[in-house]
Design a protein around this ligand. Structure first.
Ligand SMILES: Cc1cc2nc3c(=O)[nH]c(=O)nc-3n(C[C@H](O)[C@H](O)[C@H](O)COP(=O)(O)OP(=O)(O)OC[C@H]3O[C@@H](n4cnc5c(N)ncnc54)[C@H](O)[C@@H]3O)c2cc1C
Length: 564
């Protein structure tokens, strides 16, 4: 059986950065990724990564912006850790060779981003994620790290006694073979769950697998009801137009040609935090001032030269996918599901309540983003907590021994797959069931929410699970059976949808990205706390509990009305 001291599931920025710590610690580390590492969703990140590297800026100011941005439920110790580490880890990436955009005098360039009091977003044109990912990949290739690519993890196995992590059951997409991997510790870095929604900026691979595996293994998921809608997804495809486009001076206009953000965020305008801008856009659309279900992002006044130098990818995407050249015409955009603030609940070093299980990046809820993430803080989260968690997990495995990984677990997964494949040619196709669930999520658990709307999805969950038992696969083959993979991912998405809607229905207030029309105010006395979602094996459903926010007693961090 394959065995590694530390196995990292996911090869995005968080997974790669964690693996690098394993290399530096000299332990036997391996990465498993269901797609080629360089195709991880991190590669799509455009706008940049925040760090207070300018002498006129400070990590304290960055931490203040993040606490406020989180709408006062980010954990303050973790936020301080992230902002303090930021300059060091970003300059470390610079030294490893990441080609950041630069100022005339050679310093790393920074652009303004939403919700920030300083221009602190470091960037590489509009391809920041791609350059960071390639830079880390070079380090891992140099260190000869074991990588199982195009291998999808289907089960997290824990010891039945003390629930310590024992290893994983994995499916080789290229051959259809199942195999087990033993590990003394596992870091889950499988990214977000954007595909719970039908319109999303996320890659099709962002199906929240690791969160669902951890949930089923007994770990809690934190704050799942907080889903970020990005204000500028392209109208038809949902593909992202970076916040950097507004950072460079782009403005939002409605059907009347009005620059409407003045009504919603008089000071920061288009650079208010994302929840604020998304609600403003949705209000314009709902009140009849939209343009065919969108508003318009106008970059024309920036001029061709700036657009081509700073936002080349945005221009290409707009031309190719929307048929609009931003040099000459405004781009139709709308709020689109973008980021999972929720995830596997960890402490500030990435440890979960299950011994030997760690999580980092978008899959984790550390929680530095609370109810709303600031742009540029997620790439930072992946690099900082990839490093911190990788280091912790590498220390953790020292002196530990491997647990038994019973063959029974692998046989169960094999049976499930065989059962799915052997169904007759009738029933529902995975893609249809996904569309039903994901469309409802957009309609009833999106930018604005009501008890009635959310309840319709809560009521649908049992029937979605029942219908899942009826899905059939057209493809029965072994090699690259995408039909099978989509079906397995769909089960994860249903689990996560249940966590999201149950948390959203219970939270009777509006905070950050969770905006309840029927409870429009934030309620700090009752709801300044984290939601934890657990898998209840006996009931076969998700149940909730709550946990206090970790605060530091700093007067500046006390909750206030959040205005921009
Ligand atoms: C279009 C877009 C633009 C963005 N721009 C910015 C930005 O400018 N600045 C910013 O701060 N943030 C940005 N974000 C957010 C940020 O990019 C992501 O939150 C972050 O990159 C996530 O990194 P990750 O390492 O956690 O996961 P990912 O990069 O999503 O990687 C997930 C990995 O897990 C693997 N995986 C998943 N499931 C399994 C499984 N079952 N078995 C094996 N492997 C599995 C995948 O193969 C992949 O390698 C953007 C996000 C999007 C979608």
């Amino acid at each position: 059986m394959k065995s590694h001291d530390l196995v990292i599931v996911g090869a995005g920025l968080a997974g790669m950065r964690a693996a690098l710590e394993g290399v530096r610690a000299g332990i036997n580390v391996a990465i498993i990724s269901k797609i080629h590492p360089l195709r991880s969703h991190s590669c799509a990140a455009q706008g940049g990564i925040n760090a207070a590297i300018d002498p006129k800026d400070s990590w304290e100011s960055h931490a203040f912006d993040t606490v406020k941005g989180s709408d006062y439920i980010g954990d303050e110790d973790a936020i301080q850790l992230m902002c303090r580490e930021a300059p060091g880890v970003v300059l470390d990436m610079d030294r490893m060779g990441a080609p950041f955009s630069r100022l005339e005098d050679g310093r790393v360039a920074q652009r303004p981003f939403g919700g920030a009091n300083f221009d602190r977003t470091c960037y590489a044109a509009d391809r920041t994620g791609q350059v960071l990912l390639h830079t880390l990949w070079e380090q891992l290739v140099k260190a000869n790290v074991a990588v199982y690519e195009e291998c999808q993890v289907l089960r997290l196995v824990t010891d039945r006694g003390d629930r310590h992590v024992a290893g994983l059951v994995t499916y080789d997409i290229r051959t259809g073979e199942l195999f087990s991997v033993r590990a003394k510790a596992v870091v889950i870095a499988t990214g977000g769950y954007g595909r719970v929604y039908i319109s999303s900026t996320n890659a099709t691979s962002s199906t929240g697998d690791g969160m669902a595996l951890a949930l089923r293994a007994g770990a809690p998921l934190g704050d799942m009801e907080f889903v970020q809608f990005h204000p500028t997804g392209l109208l038809t495809s949902g593909i992202l137009v970076t916040e950097g486009a507004r950072g460079e001076g782009g403005v939002l206009i409605n059907a009347l040609g009005e620059r409407f953000m003045g009504r919603y965020a008089p000071t920061k305008l288009e650079l208010a935090s994302r929840d604020v801008v998304s609600r403003a856009e949705q209000t314009e659309i709902n009140e009849g001032r939209g343009v065919k279900g969108a508003v318009l992002l106008d970059l024309r006044h920036l001029g061709a030269e700036k657009i081509l130098e700073r936002l080349p990818q945005i221009r290409e995407l707009s031309v190719d996918l929307e048929g609009v050249d931003p040099i000459h015409d405004p781009i139709p955009v709308r709020p689109t599901a973008h980021y999972s603030m929720g995830g596997i609940r960890t402490d500030q070093y990435g440890a979960t309540p299950l011994p030997g299980l760690f999580a980092a990046g978008e899959a984790a809820c550390v929680s530095v983003h609370g109810a709303n993430r600031l742009g540029g803080n997620s790439l930072l989260d992946t690099i900082v907590f990839g490093k911190v968690t990788g280091k912790r997990a590498s220390e953790y495995v020292v002196g530990k021994s491997f647990r038994d990984l019973p063959d029974r677990e692998l046989q169960q997964v094999r049976q499930e797959i065989n059962e799915l494949k052997s169904r007759q040619q009738y029933g529902i196709r995975p893609i249809e069931l996904h569309a039903r669930m994901a469309s409802a999520m957009n309609a009833y658990c999106g930018v604005f929410r009501t008890a009635e709307g959310i309840q319709t999805i809560v009521d649908q969950i049992p029937s979605l699970r029942k219908d899942y038992e009826l899905i059939h696969l057209d493809d029965k083959s072994e090699v690259f059976n995408v039909d099978l993979l989509r079906a397995l991912e769909l089960r994860n998405l249903i689990d996560l949808a249940e966590c999201i809607v149950k948390g959203a229905l219970a939270r009777k207030e509006s905070r950050g990205a969770h905006s309840r029309v029927d409870f429009p105010q934030r309620d700090d006395s009752e709801w300044r706390k984290h939601t934890l979602a657990w898998w209840d094996e006996d009931q076969g459903q998700v149940s909730l509990s709550y946990e206090a926010v970790r605060t530091l007693g700093i007067p500046e961090y006390e909750p206030k009305a959040r205005v921009y």
